[in-house]
Design a protein around this ligand. Sequence first.
Ligand code: PSU
Ligand code: MN
Length: 293
Amino acid sequence: MSELLQLSDEVREALDAGLPVVALETTLVAHGFPAPDGVEVGLASEAAVRDAGATPATVGVLDGRIRVGLSADELERFTPDARKLGPRDLAACAVQGAVGATTVGGTLAVARAAGIRFLATGGIGGVHRGAPEDVSADVPALAATPTVVVSSGIKSLLDVPATTELLETLGVPVLGFRVDTLPLFYAAEGGPPVPQRVESPDEAARVARAHWELGGAGLLLASPPPESLDAVELIEEALVEAKRQGVSGQAVTPFVLGRIHERSGGRTRAVNRALIVANARLAGEVAVAYGAL
Ligand code: PSU
Ligand code: MN
């Protein structure tokens, strides 16, 4: 394992000392934004984790190793031609020496191997609209990994009600951060009610600790975007376009995000960036609070 998994010195020292560490993914660096914006979003997320007093551990596959903690130069290598890696794709990518950007699911698999308990993203994957057989590996990975995932809910281009039902089935707690309804990625309002609400990073950390004491695994901490945008029509248009062009599977999310970023004149991109950075900060705060329990 030590050959395959390579932790940066900073991440290794933080983990060894029991200091707070937050895992960050690289799919949104490579595929979530038009290049080269993703790298800037990745760096801003790392800075937000540091601001909160935690150590960022950005995950990706480079040169045959699964890397945890990347330099700015290394982050630049996550270009749109990088592979998109769910949990099942990690091994082949490493063995084949390709550049691989990890999704939330892929990052969770690595976080578990490295012993990291906090992760931040924009919105998690889930059940695709009109394609109930296409369920993001983010969901089972969350159900299997003792980690707090901070996101602005489920990406609203998906079937949000079906995904929340699935999270319940799988025993994944969904905590609304100072909200009673699930944020809808770009939009703060309009989602289904959350089963539980928490008021502070400390409360979220205490719920996570109790859940883990009971043998539970992943928790979703859902935080509304700092600026809210109603993108319902744009999303519907982009989904129709994806279907018309025969886009399916792993390609749907990047296609739809790209399309709506373009169509909104960059407004969805700005909101997406802001919520990702805010979630990174909150994940850092929860990690710090957990360390202080
Ligand atoms: N959040 C964003 N932008 C993204 C993603 C999340 O704001 O691009 C990525 C994450 O890597 C997530 C992935 O794991 O989208 C889900 O893709 P899919 O639905 O194809 O599993
Ligand atoms: Mn999928």
